[in-house]
Design a protein around this ligand. Structure first.
Ligand code: AMP
Ligand code: ZN
Length: 490
C-alpha cells in the first residue's frame, strides 16, 4: 500500500519510502521535564504514537526514540534566559535533576493513561553529554563553530542550506529579530552548542568539562571547576541522541572520521522526525544544520509536524489560566482516553480547539463505541474493512477518516469484535473497558449533599442551579423520591 505523509521539508504530500526496507526509525522531540506536561504537549505525543502505531499496523518494524530534556532548555528557545530546569528547581526548592525525575515520572504516568506506547528508547539529555561534546568537536574540526565570552556557537552562515525547513532566508530571520541582545554572535540565527557557566548561568548546577566530559556539578568529586565548565545547548541533544539511537554507524563514521576514507553509502540518517509546529523555525532548523554539517549527509527524510491544541482559538498558557493537565480532565470526571479520541478525531495538521463541550462529545462517542463493541459477537477479522482502515491511515494519517470507517463498520450488520479489536491496535481506545461507577470528588459530593438539603427545603431554584453545575461537568442527575442518581451525560 502506498503511504503518503505531508513533509514539512517540501511542504508537499509525498510517498514515504523507508531507508531500509521494512524498517522505520522515528525520532520525536519529547518533553522538557520542568513541569507537568499539559494536554497541548500530549497532542504532540498522541500524534507521534498514532504515527508509530499506524506504521506498525501497515507492516513496518518501528524503532521510536523520544528524548527527555533535563538540561539546557533556556526560557527562550534561542540562547537567552535561564535554564528551565534550574529555574524550576530553585522555585520548588529542589535540585534540577530531582525536579526532572519528578516530572519525568508524571510524564510516563500520563503516557500510560493515554495509551501512548512507551517509545523504544527514552534517552535523557543529561546522560548523553559525551555524545554532545563529540558532536561539538566534530563541528569545530570542520570549521562550523566559534567561541564568544558565553559559549560555543554554530556559525549558520557556513551552512549553505540554513533555513530550508521553515523556508526562511537568513536575511528574513535577521530582520524579524529584535535587536540581538549581547551581540557577540556573528549572525542573528547562530545558536549555542555549549554555554559556559558565567554571567546569568554562573550558578548553573548541572555542568561538565567541555574537554573531558567530566561531571563538574557540586555533587561530583571533581574539584575546582575549569574554565570551560558549562552545559550543552538544547538543540544539540536531539542531534546527538537521534543519531546515536537511529543511525549509530553514521555517528561512528563521523566521529571516527571514517566517512571520507571508506566507501560509505551516503544515505540519509533518519526516516522520520516529529514535533509540534512551534519547533520548525528554530529548534528543528538548528538540528538540521548541526547534524548535516557534522555528518555530511541528509539528516531526516520526512519532517512531520502537528499543529497546536488551542483554547478559544488562542494559545494555552499558565497566565491566561487556560492550561490544562490530564489530571484536570480526570478531576472533571473525564476518561483520559476521551482526550485521545478527541485528538484522533481531527487531523494532526490542523489546529484543534479544546473545549469542555467538545471533550464531552468525544467521551460520549467513546462510551457509545465501547458499548457497541461489548455487545457484538466476536467473529473473525474482516480483511476488506482492515484494508479501508489502513488506506485512511496511509493517507497522511487521516485518523478522522479511519474513525469514520470504524463507525460505519460498527453500525453495519457485519460488525464484530475481532475487527474492531484490530482497529484498536492503532486507536488505542481500550474498547474492552467497562463503564466504571462514577467517582465524585469531595467538592462534588458536598454539592450533592447541599442539593439534597435544598430539595428537602423545596428550594428548587438552588437544586436546579446545582443540577446545571453538574451538567457542565458532564453529569446528569436523576431524582427519585429519596435519592439523587448521578450518571455520565450521554
Ligand atoms: P516542550 O516540553 O515544550 O519541549 O514540548 C513538547 C512537545 O509539545 C513539542 O513537540 C511541542 O512542539 C509540543 N507542544 C507544545 N505546546 C503545544 C500545543 N499547545 N499543542 C500541540 N503541541 C504542543
Ligand atoms: Zn528536539
Amino acid at each position: 500500500m502506498e503511504i503518503k505523509f505531508t513533509n514539512s521539508l517540501t511542504r508537499k504530500k509525498e510517498v514515504f519510502q523507508p531507508i531500509e526496507a521494512g524498517k522505520v526509525g522515528i525520532y520525536s522531540c519529547g518533553p522538557t521535564v520542568y513541569a507537568t506536561p499539559h494536554i497541548g504537549n500530549f497532542r504532540a505525543f498522541i500524534f507521534a504514537d498514532l504515527l508509530r502505531r499506524s506504521l506498525e499496523f501497515l507492516g513496518f518494524e518501528v524503532k521510536h526514540v523520544m528524548n527527555i530534556t533535563d538540561v539546557g532548555h533556556l526560557t527562550s528557545d534561542e540562547n537567552e534566559g535561564e535554564d528551565k530546569l534550574e529555574k524550576g528547581a530553585r522555585i520548588e526548592g529542589t535540585s534540577p535533576l530531582g525536579l526532572a525525575r519528578k516530572y519525568e515520572a508524571e510524564f510516563r504516568r500520563d503516557l500510560q493513561k493515554l495509551n501512548i506506547l512507551t517509545p523504544t528508547e527514552l534517552p535523557r539529555a543529561s546522560e548523553h553529554i559525551a555524545e554532545q561534546i563529540e558532536l561539538i568537536k566534530t563541528l569545530k574540526k570542520k570549521g562550523f563553530t566559534y567561541e564568544t565570552s558565553d559559549g560555543i556557537y554554530f556559525d549558520t552562515s557556513k551552512f549553505k542550506n540554513y533555513g530550508k525547513l521553515g523556508g526562511q532566508k537568513m536575511e528574513e530571520k535577521a530582520a524579524g529579530k529584535r535587536i540581538a541582545v549581547k551581540s557577540e554572535k556573528r549572525n542573528p540565527a547562530d545558536f549555542a552548542l555549549w554555554k559556559f557557566c558565567i554571567g546569568e548561568n554562573a550558578n548553573h548546577i548541572l555542568r561538565w568539562d567541555l574537554e573531558t566530559g567530566e561531571d563538574l556539578s557540586p555533587k561530583s568529586k571533581v574539584q575546582s571547576p575549569k574554565s570551560k565548565s558549562g552545559f550543552p545547548g538544547w538543540h544539540l541533544e536531539c542531534s546527538a541522541m537521534s543519531l546515536k539511537y537511529l543511525a549509530p554507524e553514521i555517528l561512528q563514521t563521523t566521529c571516527g572520521e571514517l566517512c571520507r576514507t571508506t566507501n560509505y553509502k551516503l544515505q540519509t540518517a533518519i526516516d522520520i522526525h516529529t514535533g509540534g509546529v512551534d519547533h520548525i523555525p528554530v529548534h528543528h532548523e538548528n538540528e538540521i544544520a548541526q547534524s548535516e554539517a557534522a555528518t555530511d549527509r541528509k539528516f531526516v527524510n520526512f519532517w512531520l509536524h502537528n499543529e497546536f491544541l488551542t483554547v478559544d482559538g488562542g494559545k494555552m498558557s499558565k497566565s491566561l489560566g487556560n492550561l490544562f493537565t490530564l489530571e484536570d480532565l480526570e478531576k472533571r470526571g473525564f476518561d483520559p482516553l476521551a482526550f485521545r479520541y478527541f485528538c484522533l478525531n481531527s487531523n494532526y495538521r490542523g489546529k484543534l480547539n479544546f473545549s469542555w463541550e467538545a471533550l464531552q462529545n468525544s467521551q460520549n462517542a467513546l462510551q457509545n463505541l465501547r458499548k457497541i463493541y461489548q455487545n457484538l459477537p466476536d467473529g473473525t477479522v474482516v480483511d476488506s474493512e482492515v484494508e479501508k482502515f489502513g488506506t485512511a491511515l496511509a493517507d497522511d494519517l487521516n485518523s478522522p477518516q479511519a474513525l469514520a470507517v470504524v463507525w460505519d463498520f460498527a453500525k453495519s450488520p457485519i460488525a464484530n469484535r475481532a475487527t474492531l479489536r484490530k482497529f484498536d491496535e492503532v486507536l488505542g481506545l481500550n474498547l474492552e473497558k467497562k463503564e466504571e461507577a462514577i467517582k465524585l470528588n469531595t467538592e462534588q459530593k458536598k454539592l450533592l449533599t447541599e442539593r439534597a438539603a435544598a430539595r428537602a427545603a423545596k428550594d428548587f431554584e438552588r437544586a436546579d442551579a446545582i443540577r446545571k453545575e453538574f451538567e457542565k461537568m458532564g453529569f446528569e442527575i436523576e431524582d427519585t423520591s429519596d435519592k439523587q442518581i448521578v450518571k455520565r451525560k450521554l
